[in-house]
Design a protein around this ligand. Structure first.
Ligand SMILES: Cc1cc2nc3c(=O)[nH]c(=O)nc-3n(C[C@H](O)[C@H](O)[C@H](O)COP(=O)(O)O)c2cc1C
Length: 312
């Protein structure tokens, strides 16, 4: 049987299963077996987040309107980072902001910490009115943000993108041109829930972000196209719920995967998936997930974009 160990953007990982930003509080719950811990998005100033209710279950998933609640850069670096450094797995810190300069300040400060393996730039949160997603909907803004942040750190920068844009592959290409080392696909899909009794918006923030199995096809499509257009390494996230999903995400073009919503139902899922992967890979006649990466791009010898066009 092969090894699950892999290397992603220069970071050595014991296996290819991470957590999605904001879906695991490792200081409270431990790492649950992830090979690298991705933090909740940190912003320059502390944020209380959106008013309750912040989460609603939906068919095949949930919508959340957390609103980037976080302690702010100062407290994160002084109090959280030193404790996260002791978790024993590589750290990927997610940063967000309302301007290029805010991101740059966070990247400089966080990137200087020796325990940080990589930074994830969240340009895709649907739960804030401005900043973040408004940068990630505009390829030129995304390129400029990556260029600005690249100047602040030697650490690999990953761009976390939203599928709720006209053409996510155009944003991905801009991120690549700006110097992104890798992509994280996808953040939640814009969504909403209505209270069945009051018929009013259920979430305190009005709208929210849909996650869970319902978004898996959206994630696969985004990964497939962004991989084709950029060739960048990808963290695949969005509805992953079992080892089979990991293979499918890898085939679309993800090098590693992250579990998010699925962890709310089953905190033991990372360990279950990691235990199941070797046997599943063997059944597919390969020994590592790397052997599967990009397989869907060679569909019966046809060009990948031709394959997609046939289904639209
Ligand atoms: C409660 C919750 C909080 C989240 N917080 C963040 C966040 O702070 N930053 C971020 O980039 N993504 C955040 N996400 C998005 C997830 O990391 C992930 O991209 C998304 O949920 C899709 O994966 P899933 O379907 O496996 O949950 C959050 C998702 C949920 C459900």
């Amino acid at each position: 049987m092969g090894s699950l160990a892999t290397r992603f953007c220069g970071v050595d990982l014991a296996h290819p299963v991470l957590n999605g930003s904001g879906t695991l509080d490792a200081l409270a719950a431990g790492t649950l077996g992830v090979s690298a811990f991705v933090t909740k998005t940190v912003t320059l100033n502390p944020r209380a987040g959106n008013p309750p209710q912040r989460i609603a279950e939906t068919p095949q998933g949930m919508v959340n309107s957390i609103g980037l609640a976080n302690p702010g850069l100062e407290r994160f670096c002084d109090e959280h980072l030193p404790r996260l450094a002791d978790l024993g797995v590589p750290l990927i810190v997610s940063g967000g902001g309302w301007s290029r300069e805010e991101y740059a300040v966070a990247v400089r400060r966080i990137g200087a910490h020796p325990a940080v393996a990589a930074l994830e730039l969240n340009v895709s949160c649907p739960n804030v009115d401005t900043g973040c997603i408004s940068i990630g909907t505009d390829p030129a803004e995304t390129r400029a943000l990556l260029e600005r942040c690249r100047a602040e750190t030697e650490r690999p920068l990953l761009a976390k993108l939203s599928p709720s844009v006209a053409d996510v592959s155009a944003v991905a290409l801009a991120a690549a041109e700006g110097g992104a080392a890798g992509l994280v696909l996808i953040n939640t899909v814009r969504g909403m829930a209505i209270d069945r009794d009051t018929l009013q918006p259920l979430l305190g923030g009005g709208g929210g972000g849909l996650s869970g199995p319902a978004v898996k096809p959206v994630a696969l499509h985004a990964i497939f196209h962004c991989r084709a257009v950029t060739g960048l390494p990808i963290v695949g996230v969005g509805g992953v719920a079992c080892a089979q999903d990991c293979l499918e995400f890898a085939s679309a073009g993800a090098n590693v995967v992250a579990l998010g919503t699925a962890l709310f139902r089953n905190p033991g899922l990372v360990e279950e998936v990691v235990a199941e992967l070797p046997g599943l890979l063997e059944r597919h006649g390969v020994s590592t997930l790397d052997d599967v990466v990009g397989r869907a791009h060679h569909h019966q010898g046809k060009a990948l974009l031709e394959v997609d066009a046939n289904h639209s």
